[in-house]
Design a protein around this ligand. Structure first.
Ligand code: F6R
Length: 654
């Protein structure tokens, strides 16, 4: 979604602003622009399309000045064309804005009736005219003008404004959408001040930052001692700056072609980080932050999320119900408010799953839970995010910054964290003994090694993914099937491929095919089955027979035992992707440990409902092939892997 940057330096700011806009590209955008103060006058350059086009405009017509603002726009109101690109400006001031001004239509009417002329179709432009009117009414008192304008704007947004003739001053406000303020010490000891829509946009620039709280606004100057921060009641509050965290984006893509490739490849080590953070070596059980409830008092967990994060929550539903006996309700966040969920405090708690922690739909759903008095857990990757701040407990997923728009490592770290959450719940409710919980934990620690094996040939010409990728890349429509815990992975696989290769794909529960979708089957629709050799495999194999006998080209993602069973069963496979066999790996480990009585693991042992740790390992491991295939298909199709069209990384509008 839209990205904001603002900067006050002693040196020209156009180039650093451009570099910061590049760091904002990952959020998704379709036009960009910037404005600076040149001898007190506002000058601006804008362009539709990617930052390179803005760069070309700037090469022809450079911008000078030491105070400036920049913006990447993801169109909401008005097409992604130059006249709608930010900054919006007049001779008095320029504004960049992220979010939506919900009452813009009535404000626009009011302002037009006063004779103010609009140039764009955006909601954002009303801010320019409102601020200008208040600056005029308040004899140029900018602080007063800003204070007057904020209560008139309805919606969730962040904005930054720059004023003609006021070098070294920027105004910024946060009303629902994040805004960060920062400072660094320049080369000659002078100070540089910044606004950014996230910490990432300021990486490599600011050395100290502070996240504005909701309703807060600031008058930024180059030096922190000259800057002022006000709370939602306009009372001044001190700037409690924190050191800028080290950001992966500053380190770049390394040798990888895309951030998505890098983020897929780093999963074995990221999974190890998650497990180290979550597992207690002393008890050999998971370690969670203190929770404001006891698992044994909980009857229902409500979960909400969007997109990929929603599929992580769906996997957790299978786990929590089967391993811990907790009923789980999972809702797509954008829909939760449009039904009447039965929410009650006491025996119900809620969890919001979000990589960014800023997704507006999820935030709004979370507010509904909180209004009903439920204790809330934020399972987020960004610990400083709005969702994290709103919840009673934060469960960080420790994925590190994820830059590729298509979520990869954020998804699998959500799963791993949810696995640890489930094991704690199961243990505390007496569904898994201490010994069983530890043996499950030990089995989970095999996952990074299994992932590394799975990724061995990723990107190489002899990759086992090549054949399946070719088949998928030629198709217009693709179906992904899964059963049990593999069903959400089929949904995720279908989402991944449509996001970055623009191939129409749908995920179905394997058993649902015969209830309708099988009508779609012919030899032009490849069917990919996510089917580990598990308790449900035989049933899925029957479904594959049904589609294969109707001409479908079947791609089987399974272990060697699964592929052999399909071959023996006579399912003609068009392509196969063979993953390490978790069960065999665990069996070998148990054999090796046989001498030690204490280490006789019980991973294979089933719980009361007949589920074993394999049902926990499979969805995590089988996420990798669907990510890799989506990536490889996008490469074959030549699409933009990291910034697919129309998509935004952090979806801050409803
Ligand atoms: C898909 C993807 C999106 C996000 C969704 C929620 O690859 O990344 O579907 O999962 O927009 O975003 P977060 O997790 O930031 O709330």
């Amino acid at each position: 979604m839209c990205g904001i940057i603002g900067m006050i330096d002693a040196k020209p700011v156009a180039l650093p602003l451009l570099a910061a806009l590049r760091r904002l590209e990952y959020r998704g955008y379709d036009s960009a622009g910037m404005a600076t103060l040149n001898e007190g006058r506002i000058e601006r350059r804008r362009s539709e399309g990617k930052i390179v086009r803005l760069e070309k405009v700037l090469q022809k017509e450079p911008l000078f000045g030491t105070t400036g603002i920049g913006h990447t726009r993801w169109a909401t109101h008005g097409a992604p064309v130059e006249k709608n690109a930010h900054p919006h400006a007049n001779g008095t001031l320029a504004v960049v804005h992220n979010g939506i001004i919900e009452n813009f239509a009535s404000l626009r009417k009011e302002l037009e009736e006063e004779g103010r002329r609009f140039e764009s179709e955006t909601d954002s432009e009303v801010i320019v005219h409102l601020l200008t009117r208040e600056v005029e009414r308040n004899d140029g008192d900018l602080a007063l003008a800003c204070r007057e304008v904020l209560p008139r704007l309805k919606g969730m947004f962040a904005l930054v404004a720059m004023f003609a003739g006021k070098e070294g001053l920027l105004f910024g406000a946060r009303c629902g959408s994040p805004l960060v303020l920062g400072f660094s010490d320049g080369d000659k000891g002078e100070s540089v001040g910044y606004f950014g829509s996230d910490a990432l946009s300021l990486s490599g620039l600011a050395e100290r930052i502070v996240y504005l709280h909701d309703g807060e606004w600031a008058l930024l100057r180059a030096r922190e001692e000259d800057s002022q921060l006000f709370d939602a009641n306009n009372a001044p509050r001190g700037l409690s700056l924190q050191p800028m965290p080290v950001m992966a984006v500053a380190l770049g893509k390394g040798n990888h072609r895309h951030f998505m490739e890098k983020e897929i490849v780093e999963q074995p080590s990221v999974w190890s980080d998650v497990l180290s953070a979550r597992l207690d070596p002393a008890t050999r059980r998971p370690r969670l932050p203190a929770l404001p409830f006891l698992f044994r008092d909980i009857s229902t967990l409500h979960m909400t999320a969007c997109g990929t994060a929603y599929y992580a929550a769906l996997v957790a539903k299978y786990w929590l119900e089967a391993f811990a006996g907790i009923a789980v309700e999972v809702d797509v966040a954008s829909e939760l408010r449009y039904r009447a969920p039965v929410l009650r405090s006491g025996d119900q708690v809620a969890m919001c799953v979000s990589q960014s922690g800023e997704t507006m739909d999820s935030l709004e759903a979370l507010r509904l839970y909180r209004k009903a008095g439920l204790k809330t857990i934020a399972l987020v990757n960004v610990e400083q995010s709005s969702i994290a701040r709103l919840c009673d407990v934060v469960l960080p997923t420790h994925a590190g910054p994820e830059i590729g728009v298509a979520s990869t490592k954020a998804f699998t770290t959500q799963l791993l964290t949810l696995a640890c959450f489930t094991l704690t719940a199961a243990n505390e409710r007496g569904w898994l003994s201490n010994e069983q919980t530890s043996s499950f934990v030990e089995a989970l620690t095999c996952l990074p090694g299994l992932a590394a094996r799975c990724l061995e040939k990723f990107g190489a010409s002899e990759s086992q993914f090549a054949e399946a990728a070719q088949l998928l890349a030629r198709a217009h429509d693709v179906l992904y099937l899964g059963r049990g815990v593999s069903y959400p992975i089929a949904l995720e696989g279908a989402l991944k491929i449509k996001e970055i290769s623009y191939i129409h794909a749908e995920g179905y529960a394997a058993g649902e095919m015969k209830h309708g979708p099988i009508a779609l089957v012919d030899d032009s629709v490849p069917i990919l089955a996510v089917a580990p050799y598990d308790r449900w495999f035989a049933k899925t194999l029957s479904n594959l027979h049904e589609v294969a006998s109707r001409g479908a080209k079947v791609i089987l993602v399974s272990s060697a035992r699964g592929v052999a069973a399909a071959d023996e069963g006579g399912v003609a496979l068009a392509a196969r992707v063979v993953l390490p066999d978790c069960e065999e790996v665990l069996a070998k480990r148990t054999d090796a440990d046989k001498s030690s009585e204490e280490n006789k693991t019980k991973e294979g042992e089933e719980n009361a409902r007949g589920w074993s740790v394999l049902e926990m390992m499979h969805p995590i491991l089988y996420s990798l092939p669907v990510q890799i295939l989506a990536h490889d298909v996008a490469l074959l199709k030549g699409t933009d892997v990291d910034q697919p069209r129309n998509l935004a990384k952090s979806v801050t509008v409803e």
